[in-house]
Design a protein. Structure first.
Length: 95
């Protein structure tokens, strides 16, 4: 292990927390856009794959006892559910 990597180990949770905040907040504009457009441009396949991946990351975070991973993927999972709900509502209105 290089000295740089060894030195960063002290900041593992801080690095994870920053990554969690950035990736979760970065997804928010998609939620806002979908709210405005109704989700017509979103694919059910993409949403289901994203939901599965987020769920697996959540479980991984639980197994690793990593609060940043659990928190980020818990929030992102809620965002994905919200997107799916918007898409379903839009589909119902269109038919």
């Amino acid at each position: 292990m290089t000295p740089l990597v060894a030195g960063l180990r002290l900041y593992t949770e801080a690095i994870g927390s920053c990554a969690a905040v950035l990736t979760t907040v970065a997804f928010a504009p998609q939620v806002v856009r979908t709210w405005r457009t109704g989700g017509a441009g979103l694919s059910w396949l993409m949403l289901s794959m994203l939901a599965t991946g987020v769920w697996l990351w959540f479980v991984y975070g639980m197994l690793r006892a990593s609060a940043p991973i659990v928190a980020a993927n818990g929030i992102t999972g809620l965002e994905v559910l919200f997107l799916a709900g918007l898409k379903a509502r839009h589909a119902r209105k269109s038919s």
